[in-house]
Design a protein around this ligand. Structure first.
Ligand code: AMP
Length: 417
């Protein structure tokens, strides 16, 4: 399998799938260019070698239709600034052959939003799943997806995938295209390599004790993650809004705290499975409760099994944090996904900030730590600790699917599985 750092792109054209799905304001200006900066090392490596670049990405959810608000033409100048070289633009990703053919070493062509073509996602449009013709439409779209991928592949000699954020999708540009390149001419980009290594460090090669900290709002969105982790971790800390479902399932009184009644049986299954597998499941013991969902709400620390009516658990208490601190500082591998409180409110951000500090401290003491999933990334950034953990993942959905134990199509298309 080709490795980007061992590959010489001199005289070759590389088509690179990046994640330039950057947020824009109403004026079409980029409000956060992290994703563009994330792709720069891969793109520069190719240009510095003397290769030519065809860069492709999606933006937003145009659902297979042209939508000027999601045109990548809006970010051409930002990409040019990041690469410190001019960037040409191809108005139609499916009709860029002549522009690609004309590219010289060191030149860059950015393709229009791939998702303007329904073939990119490969889902039939304008037909519901219960329609008797749906299966036929799906089959036809899959065939068109292969053709679209073939067209994209025809622009270049080499395919590089550096879009971790869409690695969990089997789209034309993220996976199908890889079939049109032999093993020596397809590879992961530098950002993808880092993400895959980070995930392997926790999911395949973890040093023990291995602790997962899972927080956030809902059990439903993280149940598969929790179940898969039960076979791998020594300690499982469950905090944040999802913890109250576990408490209620055990007969606790949680007042007005966030919870999902239909997931109580699953919560009990998790508790039983943890016991059976010898996993130390650590739930919150007391909580900082509020009398309304507001930063300025009245606050009191209460036993998590006895939250008064009219009050809701909003942040981890000192007692819970003391327990979790010991566990985290004792760990050799740490995976953190999801805040342990409503950290967007200053008065309920303390617990999440403390967790970030413990993870940073454990990392300083030699543990390997991976932080991933939108809100925990926002949390380590908020507390200025992003550079004090081993790795901060950029792909929320892809990272969650990887820790659910699923194969990522974008990775498998290159590395095989
Ligand atoms: P998730 O996207 O599932 O990781 O959830 C992140 C969200 O969970 C954040 O917006 C937090 O404010 C929220 N959250 C964490 N703890 C609580 C809680 N105790 N009550 C309500 N929401 C919470």
């Amino acid at each position: 399998m080709a490795k980007i750092n061992d590959f010489n792109f001199a005289g070759l054209k590389a088509i690179v799938r990046v994640d330039f799905n950057v947020p824009l304001n109403e004026k079409g200006e980029i409000t956060d260019d992290t994703r563009i900066r994330g792709a720069v090392p891969t793109l520069k490596k190719i240009l510095n070698d003397g290769g030519a670049l065809i860069v492709m990405s999606h933006m937003g959810k145009p659902k297979g239709k042209i939508n000027s608000k999601m045109s990548l033409s809006q970010i051409t100048s930002a990409v040019a600034a990041a690469l410190a070289c001019p960037v040409k633009f191809a108005q139609d990703s499916a009709d860029a052959k002549s522009q690609a053919d004309a590219l010289k070493p060191g030149e860059v062509l950015l393709l229009e939003n791939l998702r303007f073509h329904p073939e990119e996602e490969g889902k039939p449009v304008g037909i519901e799943k219960d329609d008797p013709n749906y299966d036929a439409a799906k089959k036809e779209m899959k065939a068109r997806q292969i053709e679209f991928a073939k067209t994209l592949a025809s622009y270049a000699d080499v395919y590089v995938n550096d879009a971790f954020g869409t690695a969990h999708r089997r789209h034309a540009s993220t996976a199908v295209i890889a079939d049109f390149f032999d093993d020596d001419h397809k590879m992961l980009g530098l950002l993808m390599e880092k993400e895959v290594t980070a995930i392997d460090n926790v999911m395949k090669n973890a040093q023990h004790p291995f602790t997962a900290i899972i927080g956030g709002s809902k059990v439903s969105s993280k149940l598969s993650v929790i179940k898969n982790l039960l076979d791998k971790v020594d300690n499982l800390i469950i905090g944040g809004g999802m913890g109250y479902t576990f408490v209620k399932a055990q007969g606790g009184h949680i007042g007005d705290s966030l919870h999902e009644d239909d997931l109580m049986p699953e919560a009990l299954n998790v508790i039983a499975a943890a016991k059976e597998k010898g996993v130390n499941l650590s739930l919150s013991v007391a909580t900082l409760a509020a009398d309304r969902f507001d930063n300025e709400a009245n606050r009191q620390t209460v036993d998590i099994f006895n939250i008064p009516d009219g009050w809701m658990g909003m942040d981890a208490s000192e007692e819970s944090l003391e327990n979790w601190k010991k566990i985290i500082l004792d760990s050799k591998t740490i995976l953190w996904n999801g805040p342990v409180g409503v950290f967007e409110f200053e008065n309920f951000a303390h617990g999440t900030g403390e967790i970030a500090k413990y993870v940073a401290e454990a990392t300083q003491n030699g543990a390997y730590s991976l932080v991933g999933g939108g809100d925990s990334v926002a949390a380590v950034n908020k507390f200025g600790l992003a550079d004090q953990v081993s790795y901060v993942s950029t792909g929320g959905g892809a990272m969650l699917e990887a820790i659910e134990g699923k194969t990522l199509p974008g990775v498998a298309a290159i590395l095989g599985e």
